[in-house]
Write a protein that binds this ligand. Structure first.
Ligand code: 8YV
Length: 313
């Protein structure tokens, strides 16, 4: 039996054709009259394929009476109404277990870049300035204090990598973990006050919106660096721009932004920030594994009634 799957937005050149070969695929983003599609096909659509930064448009779940399964590429569920899906008995899958290592690698790359200024120094060399003046001194990474906001699977891998750089590690999260030797702080503000590098690894969504506020940035202080590989919504971007521009913090490295792919000009004009295009999981190896899981989760649901890598409700 061919299952009808609604794909919300393009995912990749690799997996989009496979989705179309495997299912009867309807493309939400190509519809000039989405309401007409829902009237004509709403009762046939049993699956959704999507991508974490896009998720599922608000309210759509309630307009698809036959929907049983959502398969998203990525681990962020901030754009999927998990509670509503749960109430409606819809299974939700993400690409859990395959991207953690790459995102932790990216966190280390950004820590190193914001302190040692690899990207900025590259621009300096290419511009020919080196011939006239030495590049200014930068900041040491090894032996410094790393504060991790969110010690989940990715946060724990960052801690492991940072230990290899002889960093002193502490964290904050909703509660202290009993299975870690690292010091616990009750708030992001207290952690920021303590550390040299503050790395943000919590899920996005209403509960963490602007968790990294002006106060937290001020606690990080003029020698401190912020790294965000989580979601743009977690950091008050306007407050961050002000803090960077006035050197109330030393620097930042960002993989995510409040209104992707829009980057405020005031941010890209600053030289004490490293800007990465939401690429934490973007290696060929990891993206292939993530893409495959989008199809495999849908297939597993249709064959056995259970997705392979479910999101926690
Ligand atoms: C994206 C991510 O899925 O896993 C997440 O939540 O944000 C990323 O891995 C990826 O950028 C695809 O667009």
């Amino acid at each position: 039996m061919t299952h009808t799957v609604l794909q919300i937005g393009p995912i990749s050149d690799y997996i989009d054709p496979k989705l179309a070969q495997t299912f009867r695929l309807l493309k939400w983003w190509e519809q000039s009259q989405p309401d007409a599609l829902l009237v004509a096909e709403g009762a046939n659509i049993t699956g959704i394929a999507t991508n974490a930064p896009v998720g599922v448009p608000p309210g759509l779940l309630d307009r698809l009476p036959a929907l049983k399964v959502i398969s998203s590429r990525g681990v962020g569920m901030d754009k999927v109404d998990l509670a509503r899906a749960n109430t409606l008995g819809i299974q939700v899958a993400g690409s859990f277990g395959v991207l953690n290592g790459c995102v932790a690698d990216m966190a280390m790359a950004l820590i190193l870049d914001t302190a040692r200024q690899v990207s900025a120094a590259d621009r300096y060399v290419r511009s020919g300035k080196w011939a006239h003046q030495r590049y200014p001194l930068t900041t040491r990474v090894y032996g410094k204090k790393l504060g991790i906001v969110g010690l989940g699977q990715i946060g724990s891998l960052i801690a492991r990598r940072a230990a290899g750089f002889d960093m002193e590690i502490a964290y904050t999260s909703r509660r202290a973990h009993s299975d870690t030797p690292h010091r616990y702080f009750e708030s992001a503000r207290a952690l920021a006050q303590w550390c040299d590098f503050l790395v943000v690894v919590v899920p996005g969504g209403a509960a963490t919106r602007h968790l990294i506020s002006r106060e937290v940035l001020d606690a990080l202080g003029p020698e401190g660096y912020l790294v965000n590989i989580a979601r743009g919504s977690v950091v008050d971007e306007a407050a961050l721009i002000e803090a960077l521009a006035s050197r109330r913090i030393a620097g930042a490295a960002l993989d995510v932004y409040e209104h992707e792919p829009h980057i405020p000009e005031a941010l890209s004009a600053l030289d004490n920030v490293v800007l990465s295009p939401h690429a934490g999981s973007a290696t060929r190896e990891t993206r292939t594994a993530m893409d495959d899981l989008v199809v495999d989760n849908l297939r597993a649901y249709y064959e056995n009634g259970k997705v392979l890598t479910p999101a926690a409700a």
